[in-house]
Design a protein around this ligand. Structure first.
Ligand code: 6PG
Length: 245
C-alpha cells in the first residue's frame, strides 16, 4: 500500500516532502537516537533540501543526530556539476551542522566497483550487518520509470544480493553507483518525489501497472515492512485513477 500526497505546485510538493522528512526524522531520533536518510539526486529534490536548510527546520532539526547517505551517485568527482553530493552540499549540508563524519558520500571519483564495495562496507559500519535498514530513502523517478540509478533492463535492477552496485547507463554511457532494490525495500520508509507532468505515465505505471506492461523500476520499490509515500503534483498524478489529495 502506498500513501499519495498530491498538491498543486512543485513548491507545495517540496514543502510537503520537507515537512514529512522533518517529522520522520524527529520520530526516528525519539525512537532510536538518530536519523539515517539516503538522499536522491537529479534536479527535483534541490528545493526540498533548500527548504530544510531554512526556517523553521534549520534551527529545529537535531542535525547532530542525522546520518546522510545517497541512494545513487554519478561516477564523477564531488565538485562536478552533475554530482548528487554537490547538489545536497550546496542546497543543504553547507547550511546545517550535520557532523562531517556522519555525511557518507559515495566516492564517484574512485573506480566504480571499488566505490560500490566500499559504500556497502560503510553502510554496514553504520547500520550493522545484514540488510541495512535506513529510516528513509528519498527517490526520484525518470520518465522511463527509472529510480536511483536502476534503469529498465539493467543488471543493477535485477540484483538481489548486493546492496550497492556500479552500473553503466546505456543511454549516456556513463557509470553510476546505486542502491539496489533489496536495500531500498528494507527501508523503514521510502518517499518518491515527482513534480512534473512528464513523469505522469511513469508514475501511473509504477503505482497502477496494467496487465501485460513491463514493470517500471520505480514500481518494483515495495518496502518489505516500511512505508511507501509518493509526493506528487497534480500534473505528475494526472494519469492515476485514485488521487487522494
Ligand atoms: C539521479 C537520480 C535519478 C533522478 C531521476 C529524476 O541521480 O539522476 O537518482 O533517479 O531522481 O532521474 O531526476 P529529476 O529530478 O532531475 O527529474
Amino acid at each position: 500500500m502506498c500513501k499519495l500526497h498530491v498538491v498543486a505546485t512543485p513548491e507545495k510538493n517540496a514543502r510537503a516532502l520537507a515537512g514529512f522528512i522533518a517529522r520522520w526524522a524527529g520520530q526516528a531520533i525519539a525512537d532510536r537516537g538518530r536519523f539515517t536518510i539516503a538522499l536522491s539526486g537529479g534536479s527535483t529534490p534541490r528545493r526540498v533540501y533548500e527548504i530544510l536548510a531554512g526556517p523553521p527546520y534549520a534551527s529545529q532539526a537535531r542535525w547532530d543526530r542525522w546520518h546522510v547517505f545517497w541512494g545513487d551517485e554519478r561516477c564523477v568527482p564531488p565538485e562536478d556539476p552533475s554530482s548528487n553530493y554537490r547538489l545536497a552540499k550546496e542546497a543543504l549540508l553547507d547550511s546545517v551542522p550535520v557532523p562531517p563524519s556522519q555525511v557518507h558520500r559515495m566516492r564517484g571519483e574512485e573506480p566504480p566497483e571499488e566505490a560500490a564495495e566500499r559504500y556497502e562496507a560503510e553502510l554496514a559500519g553504520v547500520l550493522g550487518d545484514g540488510t541495512p535498514e535506513l529510516d528513509l530513502v528519498l527517490l526520484g523517478i525518470g520518465d522511463d520509470g527509472h529510480t536511483a540509478s536502476l534503469f529498465p533492463g539493467s543488471a543493477a535492477l535485477e540484483e538481489r544480493r548486493r546492496h550497492v552496485v556500479a552500473t553503466r547507463t546505456r543511454h549516456l554511457g556513463t557509470y553510476r553507483l546505486t542502491f539496489t532494490l533489496p536495500l531500498i525495500n528494507a527501508a523503514r520508509a521510502v518517499a518518491f518525489l515527482a513534480s512534473d507532468g512528464s513523469k505522469a505515465e511513469a508514475v501511473r505505471k509504477s503505482i497502477e501497472p496494467r496487465a501485460g506492461e513491463t514493470a517500471a523500476p520505480a514500481g518494483l520499490v515495495k518496502p518489505a515492512s516500511g512505508a511507501l509515500h509518493w509526493f506528487l503534483t497534480t500534473d505528475a498524478a494526472q494519469q492515476l485513477s485514485r488521487v487522494t489529495a
